[in-house]
Design a protein around this ligand. Structure first.
Ligand code: GYE
Length: 329
């Protein structure tokens, strides 16, 4: 009898303890909602964290404003959350607030756009795209593709549509774009302007280029949304996207795959937004006391185009139509 009572008592205590077990609170300061990439990134992390037993997400949308993100980070400190996930709209100006996060001893995970001050602050792990390599791949794809159709020695006019000025995804991709252009002297840069990573601004910038630049042969758009906006402008101007103008995007979102299969976009360089599969096991391990190095982890990424088989040194392009059914974003 005594044993049964004791067992019942232990059971009741265990149930009470689990009912009162504190949720692990993970706060996420997101940049905004500028692109399909961003939506996929938010959805992925939301599902990964909210779908995890005992974890709670505190989400803040910075609406593209650094001051909003700074405010959000300070709120997270006041709320004394357990972990902070952070990606910054621009790369500079985070030193002070991230030091405050460090002083509050809240473990910081950097994702996507890594801030310039990363080497001066403490963080527990970092996952982000290799933006310079992505930019290199975009231009190299155009150069190698032109060679493959026998136009390797023909001068062609190239425009670069850049992302949000000062974002590491912009500075990195521009660095990669410009470096690769030097390898292909027949690609002549005739325009370079920001389309702010949005479809609407991509369309507006392309509209003005089509009026002011005599001949555009290749568009390098630093994300797919801007490329898709530009395609609308190209069609409106009576030109054929994918033929009159070769279009190379970045991210590899679903809409870009559809556009490639429809013959309008020529290529998209992948930049995955799916960080949930990295963040979840990392936080689980951190809870157990494991530590990680400060090296930024770059996910493995591909290049997708109309026909496949373009060799870019580090990677060979894959025909988009062959893998479209397996895409997750
Ligand atoms: O390429 C773009 C988004 O930071 C990698 O931000 C990200 C970029 C992505 O708006 O579409």
């Amino acid at each position: 009898m005594k044993k049964v009572l004791l067992l019942a008592l232990v059971l009741v205590m265990a149930l009470c303890a689990s009912a009162y077990a504190k949720d692990v609170v993970i706060a996420f300061s997101q940049i905004g909602q500028e692109s399909d990439w961003r939506t996929a990134n938010t959805d992925d992390l939301r599902h990964a964290i909210e779908g995890h037993e005992g974890w709670k997400l505190v989400y803040d949308d910075g609406q593209q404003k650094q001051e909003n993100q700074i405010k959000a980070l300070r709120n997270f400190i006041t709320q004394n959350v357990d972990y902070i996930l952070f990606t910054g709209v621009v790369s500079t100006g985070w030193d002070e607030v991230l030091k405050e996060v460090n002083e509050a001893e809240i473990p910081l995970l950097l994702i996507d756009r890594i801030p310039d001050c990363a080497d001066k602050i403490d963080y527990v792990a970092a996952f982000g795209g290799d933006f310079v390599e992505e930019g290199r791949r975009q231009v190299a794809w155009a150069g190698e593709y032109l060679k493959s159709i026998g136009k390797g020695d023909t001068d062609v006019n190239v425009v670069i549509m850049e992302g949000t000025t000062g974002a590491s995804a912009q500075t990195g991709r521009t660095e990669g774009n410009l470096k690769a252009l030097k390898e292909y002297p027949h690609l002549k840069l005739v325009g370079q302007q920001s389309g702010n990573f949005t479809r609407a601004e991509g369309q507006a910038v392309m509209e003005s280029w089509l009026k002011s630049i005599d001949k555009i042969d290749v568009l390098i758009a630093q994300n797919d949304d801007m490329a898709l906006g530009a395609i609308d402008a190209i069609k409106a101007a009576g030109k054929v996207p994918g033929k009159d103008i070769i279009i190379v995007g970045c991210d590899s979102v679903k809409a870009a795959f559809d556009s490639i299969v429809a013959g309008e976009m020529n290529c998209t360089v992948e930049c995955t937004p799916l960080y949930g599969k990295f963040v979840v096991p990392t936080i689980e391990a951190l809870i157990k006391g494991e530590k990680f190095s400060k090296t930024v982890v770059h996910p493995e990424e591909g290049v997708f185009d109309m026909n496949g088989g373009i060799d870019l040194g580090t990677v060979k392009s894959i025909k988009a139509a062959d893998v479209i059914a397996t895409r997750q974003y």
